[in-house]
Design a protein around this ligand. Structure first.
Ligand SMILES: Nc1ncnc2c1ncn2[C@@H]1O[C@H](COP(=O)(O)OP(=O)(O)OP(=O)(O)O)[C@@H](O)[C@H]1O
Length: 258
């Protein structure tokens, strides 16, 4: 069974067709890329999958259940987590608390458990703290546990965003331009982190990225959007040579730097 199947996904913002007849089938464990020039519709596809928008048309099946139009927290609870193009961390909380709060939607204890500090509450809180500590360790953030996220270098903030997404224990992780704003050293680390978390957490990863070196070196399959439509779908090598893709990127330096 495919983990995610998207059929004929279409989305309009008023009269603007942002995504048109988008189709995709993702098997568990795949590492996929979604690319395309600015405004092609990539983030809109992620926003539709994550419940930020309700599609104008189409089906989004996750583990055979139609999730199109579910609220974002319900989508997260089903096992889909994401990061954002513009980092969205809780900057008034510490790094550690960012990782704890991310887990709270799935804890399953009520207000009374919290007030009375029941055994269930205490056990689950201990598990939350343990998971947060483990994530700090494996993502190399232990020294920053009590810092506010905005004090961290940019590359570490992105790392924290990935750690926070992992705290929700997803099956599918969506990364929206994870390399944006990173320097070459941070990008190299990111590439290694993406490969490592896929392997260690047995995750399926779908990423949007403008850095072609990242796309070409980590993705096994790449889909290309232009004006909301899929213009190519294949291996990184096929995509790099595809005339429609080259035409879509004409004038941009992205493909030539791949
Ligand atoms: N909330 C919105 N309301 C109206 N139009 C929108 C909205 N979000 C996106 N759009 C438009 O939809 C189209 C697709 O935008 P989207 O952000 O999905 O593209 P993208 O491929 O992610 O671009 P980029 O690479 O620049 O992030 C664009 O024309 C954009 O201006």
């Amino acid at each position: 069974m495919a983990l995610l199947v998207i059929r004929k996904l279409t989305h309009y913002f008023g009269g603007l067709r942002a995504v048109a007849n988008f189709n995709l089938s993702v098997q568990g464990g795949e590492l996929l890329g979604l690319i395309g020039p600015n405004g092609a519709g990539k983030t809109t596809v992620f926003n539709l999958v994550c419940g930020f928008y309700k599609p104008t048309e189409g089906q989004i099946l996750f583990q055979d259940k139609d999730i199109a139009g579910l609220r974002p927290h319900a989508v997260t609870a089903m096992g889909i987590a994401r990061t954002f193009q513009n980092i969205r961390l809780w900057n008034t909380l510490s790094v550690f608390d960012n990782l704890c709060i991310a887990q709270h939607f799935r804890l399953g204890y009520g207000l009374l458990d919290t007030i009375l500090r029941t055994g269930r509450y205490m056990r689950r809180e201990r598990a939350v703290r343990r998971t947060a500590e483990e994530l700090l360790e494996i993502m190399g953030l232990r020294h920053y546990a009590q810092e506010q996220p905005s004090n961290l270098p940019y590359g570490l903030q992105r790392r924290l965003e990935i750690a926070r997404a992992l705290a929700t224990q997803p099956k599918l992780l969506l990364l929206d331009e994870p390399a944006a704003g990173m320097n070459p050293g941070e990008i190299q680390q990111l590439v290694e982190t993406i490969r490592w978390i896929r392997q260690s957490f047995q995750l399926t990863i779908w990423l949007i990225e403008h850095h072609m070196r990242v796309v070409m070196s980590v993705c096994e399959r790449v889909q290309v959007l232009d004006f909301g439509e899929t213009i190519a779908d294949g291996s990184p090598e096929d995509i790099r040579r595809n005339p429609r893709v080259i035409q879509a990127y004409l004038g941009s330096e992205e493909l030539s730097h791949a």
